[in-house]
Structure formats: structure tokens, C-alpha cells
Design a binder for this molecule. Structure first.
Ligand code: C5P
Length: 314
């Protein structure tokens, strides 16, 4: 049995996000178009079945988990206690698969902005479910993994499947969409201290909605453009949470107007604060990045990808 696995877990963008009413479970009904991009967190999992207690591990009756962070400018923002979704993923997996107590060492190189609206934490959780299922010889079916994923967060089921997907329900009812390989986006990274709480953004959305008429934007139109004229997609980018995100963060407001002032259409991803735009070609993407960097932003170009993870078995 292999006891090590490396996974590159990608970030996601929401190219379209329409938020509907709050449901009885407290979550809002959504229609969203998820897209994985080639910005990755790198995770290496090492499994010890003889169960040593590694120094600084988080211990419970089902598992010992040690999370080590590769040092980088945002590593101090990642919790390495029980609130980390990696630990929570290990716990729910071990319980569901009825595993004997084991120890897992996870090395995490965090490249996706923390609490940035790019599903970085969800990607880590999905990678952990995938890795454990692999390392233990696939005790769970994909349907079980998707249910565990939803327990961990609304974006985690998508992160298990990746690519281009329509998400409805809580974002967990997923339908694969045509590949968007040629899609090139320019992403503006929020500074490490600019983060937004998803819960707070939804709560602000609810407050703002009280005084707004409902808009008539529909996902069907976005899907029609996706199927018939992909090059026009940038005109139909949409996010119901954008106004809430802008109202909570001056940085989001400024980043968006800077991109828009250069003739591009900006959009907040998910609940923010990351902001992106779609570039028609590499030359224009590079030009925009140069201009944004001149104004003090950290920006980079990424491509759409079609798979959830790159996996390297050791
Ligand atoms: O599922 P996740 O943990 O990512 O959600 C974080 C918070 O975002 C939830 O507690 C809820 O307040 C809000 N949310 C929502 N409707 C959704 C997804 C998230 O209200 N469909």
C-alpha cells in the first residue's frame, strides 16, 4: 500500500453566481457556473497506520493529524487547529469509512489566497477526501465522498469534480458544462490582510436585498452564450454577491474600478475579495497585468482547466 500522495488542488472562479432566497436550512438557493483554474495549493499526504503521535498533531479518538505549512506570505493566516477543513475532512472520512485510528501528516503549500472567494479551503478539503480514499484503498464510493464534501462546505462537492460545472441548490447539485480550456483570466490577488467572511457577505446581501427590486438576470442566458458564443462570455459575467462584497471592502471597490477603467469587465469571485476579468488573448492579459502591477496590485493570468486535481503517487 502506498503511504504518500501529492495533490495539486486548484482554485475556482464563479463566472456566474445568482443568489436566490434563503432556504429553511439557512443556506441560499444558488445558480452558479464554477470554473477551475490553474492556480493550485500543493498538498502532500503521508499516512502512518502504526499510529505514531507526531509532535504538534491535532488528536482525536479517530485520528492524529499534523498540518505543516510551507512558509509564505499568507501561511500565518491558515489555522492549523481543529477549524482547518483538512482536519475536518479527515475526521468525517475516518468516521464514515470506519477506519481504525491512524496518523496523517499533511504538508501544505498554500498558493490560493486564504478566505479569498476562490475556494482554497474547500479545495484542500476535497483533496484530503480524495487522498484518504486513495491511501486506504478506496473504501468509499464517489457518491459517499460527495455527501461528506457537502458536510464540509457548499463548494467542496464542486472541488471534488472540478472543471466547468453548473451548480444549483446550495451549489452542490452539479452538472458538467462544455470545456472552457481557452478561457484566460487575469486575477487580482487581495493583499493577505484583506479577507471576507462568506457568512458576513451573505448576511449583507440579505440586508441589501430588502431595499432592491429583484433583477432579471438568468443563468439560462449565460449558458446559451457558453454554448453558442464563448468569446462573448465576458459580457455576461455576473455575481449577486458583488454589491455586498464591495460594500464590505474598500479594496474590492478600488480593484474593480481600476480594472473597469482599463476597458475590462471585472467581477468578484464568489463572496470575494478576489477580483478577476477575462482577457481576449495573452498579449492583452500581460498588458493589463503590467498596468495593474504599476498601480501596486498583485495580478497574474490563469487558464481554465478541466480536471479536479493533479495527483502524484510516490
Ligand atoms: O457552506 P459554506 O461553509 O461555504 O458556507 C459559509 C456560509 O455562507 C454559510 O454559513 C451561510 O451563511 C452562507 N451560505 C449561504 N448559502 C449558500 C452558501 C453559503 O447562505 N448557498
Amino acid at each position: 500500500m502506498n503511504n504518500r500522495l501529492s495533490i495539486f488542488a486548484p482554485a475556482k472562479l464563479n463566472l456566474f453566481l445568482k443568489v436566490h432566497e434563503k432556504q429553511l436550512d439557512g443556506y441560499h438557493r444558488l445558480e452558479t457556473v464554477f470554473q477551475s483554474i490553474d492556480l493550485y495549493d500543493h498538498l502532500t499526504f503521508e499516512l502512518f497506520v502504526n499510529n505514531p503521535e507526531l509532535p504538534d498533531s491535532i488528536n482525536s479518538s479517530v485520528c492524529n493529524v499534523k498540518i505543516d505549512l510551507t512558509k509564505n506570505p499568507q501561511s500565518h493566516l491558515v489555522p492549523i487547529d481543529k477549524s482547518n477543513l483538512i482536519y475536518q475532512a479527515v475526521r468525517v472520512f475516518a468516521k464514515k469509512a470506519k477506519l481504525p485510528k491512524f496518523t496523517l501528516h499533511v504538508q501544505l503549500d498554500k498558493r490560493i489566497p486564504v478566505a479569498g472567494g476562490l475556494a482554497g479551503g474547500s479545495a484542500n478539503a476535497a483533496a484530503t477526501l480524495y487522498a484518504l480514499n486513495y491511501l486506504f484503498g478506496e473504501p468509499l464510493e464517489q457518491g459517499d465522498l460527495l455527501l461528506l464534501a457537502l458536510e464540509l462546505g457548499s463548494d467542496v462537492p464542486f472541488c471534488l469534480l472540478g472543471g466547468s460545472m453548473l451548480g444549483t441548490g446550495r451549489g452542490d447539485q452539479l452538472t458538467r458544462l462544455p470545456e472552457l480550456q481557452e478561457l484566460l483570466c487575469v486575477l487580482v490577488f487581495p493583499p493577505p490582510d484583506v479577507t471576507l467572511s462568506t457568512k458576513e457577505v451573505y448576511a449583507t446581501f440579505d440586508k441589501l436585498s430588502l431595499s432592491r427590486p429583484k433583477d432579471d438576470v438568468v443563468v439560462e442566458k449565460f449558458l446559451e452564450i457558453l454554448l453558442t458564443k464563448k468569446s462573448d462570455i465576458f459580457k455576461y459575467l455576473y455575481n449577486s454577491l458583488e454589491e455586498a462584497s464591495v460594500s464590505l471592502s474598500y479594496w474590492v471597490d478600488k480593484a474593480k474600478s481600476t480594472i473597469d477603467s482599463k476597458g475590462f469587465t471585472s467581477l468578484v469571485s464568489g463572496s470575494g475579495p478576489s477580483v478577476f476579468t477575462i482577457a481576449p488573448n495573452e498579449a492583452q492579459a500581460l498588458n493589463l497585468i503590467r498596468e495593474l502591477e504599476d498601480e501596486g496590485y498583485h495580478a497574474a493570468a490563469f487558464r481554465a482547466i478541466n480536471e479536479p486535481f493533479h495527483v502524484i503517487a510516490h
